[in-house]
Design a protein. Structure first.
Length: 119
C-alpha cells in the first residue's frame, strides 16, 4: 500500500476531528511515558465518537455512510470492494478487480436466466 495515501475511509471522516489530529501530531513530542497515555486517550475519544455516531440514528449519519442500506446485497458487496481497493497495493487491486468482474458476470447470468446458480 502507498504509505502516502491521505484518503480516509468514510467512518474516519465522521469520527475524526481537527482537535484529534492536532493531538496526534503532538504525541511524538511528549516524553515516552506520556505518549502511551495520550495515544490511549485519543483512541478512547475516537471510540466514544464511534459509539455516538451509531447511537444518533441513520437520519443524522452522512448520506454516503447510511445510503448503503438501500442497496441490494450484491451492490453492497461491489461497493465495499470498490472502497477497499483505494487502500490496497496494485496487486491487491487486481485481485479485487477480478472479484468485481466475477460479481458482474454472476449478476448478468442471474438476470439472463432468472435463476441463482449458487443456491
Amino acid at each position: 500500500m502507498d504509505e502516502t495515501n491521505t484518503k480516509q475511509p468514510v467512518i474516519d471522516t465522521l469520527i475524526r476531528s481537527r482537535d484529534l489530529q492536532i493531538l496526534k501530531a503532538m504525541v511524538p513530542y511528549f516524553q515516552e511515558s506520556q505518549q502511551r497515555t495520550i495515544s490511549f486517550l485519543i483512541r478512547l475519544i475516537e471510540l466514544q465518537k464511534t459509539m455516538q455516531l451509531f447511537d444518533t440514528g441513520a437520519e443524522l449519519m452522512s448520506a454516503e455512510f447510511s445510503s448503503r442500506e438501500s442497496d441490494t446485497p450484491a451492490e453492497r458487496t461491489k461497493n465495499m470492494l470498490q472502497a477497499m481497493k483505494e487502500f490496497c497495493t496494485p496487486q491487491e487491486q487486481e485481485h479485487i478487480e477480478s472479484m468485481i468482474g466475477f460479481f458482474d458476470m454472476y449478476a448478468s447470468y442471474a438476470a439472463m436466466t432468472g435463476e441463482d446458480p449458487l443456491l
